[in-house]
Design a protein around this ligand. Sequence first.
Ligand SMILES: Cc1cc2nc3c(=O)[nH]c(=O)nc-3n(C[C@H](O)[C@H](O)[C@H](O)COP(=O)(O)OP(=O)(O)OC[C@H]3O[C@@H](n4cnc5c(N)ncnc54)[C@H](O)[C@@H]3O)c2cc1C
Length: 829
Amino acid sequence: MAVFWVLLFIVVLGVLLYKRVALLPATLVMGALLLAYTFLGRGGQAWDTTLWVIYGALAVLLNFRPLRKQLFTRPVLEIFRRIMPEMSETEQAALDAGTVWWDRDLFTGDPDWRKLLDEPPATLTAEERKFLDEDVEELCAMLDEWKITHEYGDLPPEVWQFLKNRGFFAMIIPKQYGGKEFSAVAHSEVLTKIATRSTTCSSIVAVPNSLGPAELLLKYGTQEQRDHYLPRLARGEEIPCFALTGPWAGSDAGSIPDTGVVERGIYDGKEVIGIRLNFNKRYITLAPIATVIGLAFKLYDPDGLMGDPDRKDYGITCALVPRETPGIEIGRRHFPLNIPFSNGPIVGKDVFVPLDFIIGGPKMAGQGWRMLVECLAEGRSISLPSNTSGAAQLAVYATGAYARIRKQFNVPIGRFEGVDEVIGRMGGRMYAMNAARMVTAAAVARGEVPSVPSAIVKYHVTEMARQVANDAMDVHGGKGICLGPKNYLGRGYQSVPIAITVEGANILTRCLIIFGQGAIRSHPYVLELMKSSALPDPAERLTRFDAALWRHIGFAASNAVRSFWLAATHARYSSAPAKRATRRYYQHINRYSAAFALLADVAMLSMGGALKRKEKISGRLGDMLSNMYLASCVLKHFHDQGEPEDDLPLVEWACRDLLYRTQEQMHSLLRNFPNRFLAVLMRMLVFPTGRRYSAPSDRLGSRITELLMNPSSARDRLTANVYLGSDYEGIALLDSTLRLAIQAEPLEKRIRAAQKEGVLPNDERIDIIQVAMERDVIDADDAALLRELRERTLRIISVDDFSPDELGTRPLQHTLEEAERTRESWKQA
Ligand SMILES: Cc1cc2nc3c(=O)[nH]c(=O)nc-3n(C[C@H](O)[C@H](O)[C@H](O)COP(=O)(O)OP(=O)(O)OC[C@H]3O[C@@H](n4cnc5c(N)ncnc54)[C@H](O)[C@@H]3O)c2cc1C
């Protein structure tokens, strides 16, 4: 009987915590249970009295706020204030930037799926669709990536003109300034499609539409600056670049040593108050051809000329500086991995510009870091995820077809299990990349500035692109390696590390931004705890801290219970919005969300500010959050596309892979958690029955490979942005040859069977198609089809070769001449 009552108390308390019942009703429920126990249980009077005393003390302490604040909250607040690390201005700006969205739900341990699924899907307006189908298609037809990267080292002039004339640089500029005013979804779709043709061109188009002068002007510029620059940028009369990075400040961009000192000087023949700039920037995209430079520097006003004699150090400030301003050295180029998108250094010595050149005017002096972080929060969701998704779509599309066309041992290479495994994972990852890109772009289009999701998408989509690029190269073998006009993979492969490095290098993004920012920004209570603990008024400070602290304690206890229960039941009974095949994935995200929220809280509580330096811990926590975010995007994308049955293998593979990784990251976090006692405790709550979630099965991978090796609607949806063109040697050739190869397979089988039966000779020296026709194994039409396939296959598997001077490097020429001279001297000897 006693066991029954103990269990009943535990279960009721567990249900109250699981359901997150508020403190007072929960206290009343526990009181009612205790009353029932007093009458029905057989504890004896002394025992019952002891329980009522404990209950009464807890009920009063928890629910009577003045007492709770004095006895419990105040000492906690004091400790909290002592251990809370000082936050730098740059960190504060990063935290204030952007909005929280689905990342908050994943942090709650109980995501509200209806909210996500009811959000409108990514769509294009008729005008955006027309632009994509006509202008972008026309642009792609003009692009020849081999010539651009190897011969011209730039886009040809007619392509530059086309980009300017058709408004490719004006996608984010409002119509009133002559821009296109496209949504984030359209912007992303345009970049993705261009990237399937030329990563050089997609990078060039991305920059003016991303973090840079136009975006900064739109958000912060004065009306005069907007009226002057935006129409010119929209027409392509001005080419912008944005210069933040320098030799001494890369990832730690807030530490730039570049200075602007306010002083009197002569500009345009007149004496004005202006800024004397000295800077040294590198890696600046479009710098060599830019006409206007967005410049970040630290502003100082030693003489108080800006009107505030007490303020000498203003901090990071952004200004727009015309290229022709005296003192600027610009034009030299870096050579970023053979992708010639015009990138180079800019040096400025004693450059003098008026104060009005500050973006937003003098009142925005010192606001530069906040401006940049806010713009980055949005831009990171679009440019790099789109560019890398485009390159990956091309790789997936081509690899599926190539693996069916290319045969070894008389078998399409995609039929070998080793290759099949690789193609399967390429498809699964591609689905996750598309989903993350589209769902996040749709959120941006609705007005979200999702800072944590944008970092997740930037990091993970570029990482997945790297994996897809590696896999595509492996499946293509030498065909992928030998560069030349016939190689459709090589330049995309080379461009991946660039995407990994820019707009927040990936290692830093993973370890410092996704969880570091997410834990504070997206967590339901941490930011409020931090803000309330810093309030100047002690009474208000205690009241607000008390409210946040107790909600946080309830939240953490609830997550511990939810984590245990959902793990023990394999999340079977948790609510999910789908009835079909995807139901279990929603449920598993529910489970991992609770476990993640628990682990994050315990990590923050036990390590405090030191967690910032424990990047192996925060990186893993970031991965958990990211994988759940990406899996949510997969489910939302599937839902938005009308849940097409054919896509299920892709959806299942992507979800399984992401959730399996989440589990494994939780496991390795617990293995490496510094406090071993807490690690054991958490393992009991998170994995009470061990790690039972498995990675995608081999069969699932093979189903994807089949989808990609056949013309199918799932394949078309997955690679919808690929520019096919009508090239004799291009992607269209791969597609038509794939269809031919499928048609020819029964004929090839018939010929092989006839060879085995001895009806046809097995002799490589003879024309087997001719002999098969003569011996009625196949008819004339069949023979024509097989010949056509052979001819096309040869074109596809061919690679380019060059005479040494066509490769045209000076050292090579020199070496050849050396070699010739050596040979001559040998002959003479
Ligand atoms: C092709 C190209 C185009 C670019 N375009 C522009 C542009 O237009 N404008 C502009 O201003 N800049 C531009 N950049 C600069 C780019 O943003 C920087 O390269 C990037 O910020 C990284 O700086 P870094 O290369 O100096 O590497 P570093 O900062 O030296 O970093 C090296 C490595 O250390 C890691 N790391 C650094 N700090 C941490 C940390 N705290 N925790 C964990 N890991 C860390 C990084 O992730 C990276 O892997 C461009 C760069 C390239 C290569």
